[in-house]
Design a protein. Structure first.
Length: 359
């Protein structure tokens, strides 16, 4: 189907990519994200419906009526209910349901994209009313109107991004190595279990547009010595929810633990631990070991990747397939990977710890 075609068209959400993630969870869909669709659309309006769509209604009203028609068409094809006449479906009162959708642009033209969750089917559809955006071309999300609490089919909540950045030096039996050069099978040093082989590595690129639209994903910079002498040895950049090992009398007094893990974003102090606003883009890198471990990054103790801390559907399909290959069943139950190397503090617990450490 050529761009510029007019009508009511539907594709499956599985035909879409958001920031390179196929059928991405809605939490990934934000202003600044790249978006594209591929394959062939299905036209669902006939000549009679086209006449109704060309009425004097507002665009939002038209899309709501079209979405209602699509739900009924899909439901009928699955034997859920009687298929109504298209004109009847379009003319019926619009259900009191917020429109779920977004707007994309290629820099020249803008296109409205409506999301349709089909009840009792687990299906999510994408509908275009009017102009059809070109297939196979990267577009940019410029507006999002999605109820994040909407409990439609397929809705998921993305987890944190638990990663290092490419210039991080990881301690290995042969000495420090840049994380971007490490591969599965290489060994790295751990605090508790000595050298351990890497099972899997992954990466996730955050474009400048995405960081601008989602500043909470910007990396946290630990300046040299932020957590004590040599911790870290040089500046260390990590993702906001990457956990660092914190030790000392405050941890023991408050939590009866000599050492705890605290998210980088919960350690911000606007001096030695800050959000890095200078980077134009960043790539986050995962390292998975046989179990969750404390590793050394730029001389500072921090955590390896734990599948429970990241929504696996935010990992690109090829990398996710590699992860599932080394950890079968992890996509069903990430907790089967095992326990954490240390107690993880919540944001409120971290705030109490930070206050006591400063006292």
């Amino acid at each position: 189907m050529m761009a510029g075609s007019r009508g009511t068209f539907v594709i499956s959400w599985s035909q879409t990519e958001t920031d390179g993630i196929a059928a991405a969870p809605l939490d990934v869909l934000n202003v600044g994200a790249s978006w594209r669709w591929t394959g062939a659309p299905v036209r669902v309006d006939g000549p009679q419906t086209v006449l109704v769509l060309e009425g004097a209604e507002g665009a939002a009203e038209v899309r709501k009526r079209a979405a209602r028609m699509v739900r009924r068409l899909v439901g009928a094809s699955l034997g859920q209910q009687r298929l109504p006449e298209d004109r009847d479906a379009m003319a019926a009162p619009v259900e009191d349901e917020p429109e779920q959708g977004f707007i994309v642009t290629d820099g020249h033209h803008s296109y409205a994209v409506t999301l349709i969750d089909v009840p009792d089917t687990g299906a999510r559809l994408v509908m275009f009313v009017g102009d059809l955006p070109p297939a196979g071309r990267d577009m940019w999300v410029v507006r999002v109107a999605i109820d994040r609490t909407h409990k439609g089919a397929g809705a998921r909540h993305a987890g944190g991004v638990i990663c290092f950045t490419p210039d991080t030096r990881i301690a290995t039996p042969e000495g420090p190595r840049l994380i971007q050069h490490l591969r599965p099978g290489d060994s790295i040093l751990t605090r508790d279990n000595g050298p351990q082989p890497i099972l899997w590595t992954g990466h996730r690129r955050m474009t400048g547009a995405r960081l601008y639209a989602m500043p909470h994903l910007r990396p946290i910079r630990f300046r040299a010595g932020a957590l004590g002498s040599g911790r870290p040895e040089d500046d260390l950049l990590v993702s906001p929810q990457h956990r660092m090992l914190v030790q000392g009398p405050a941890a023991r007094a408050l939590f009866n633990e000599a050492e705890v893990l605290v998210a980088a974003e919960d350690l911000l102090n606007d001096r030695s631990i800050v959000v890095d606003h200078a980077l134009r883009e960043v790539t986050y890198v995962h390292i998975l070991l046989e179990r969750h471990n404390i590793v050394f990054a730029n001389g500072m103790e921090t955590e390896s990747f734990h599948p429970s801390n990241t929504a696996l559907d935010t990992i690109t399909p090829d990398q996710r397939a590699g992860l599932i290959e080394v950890l079968p069943g992890i996509e069903v139950n990430p907790d089967r990977y095992g326990d954490y190397a240390r107690r993880n503090l919540s944001a409120s617990e971290a705030a109490i710890l930070r206050h006591d450490m400063a006292a």
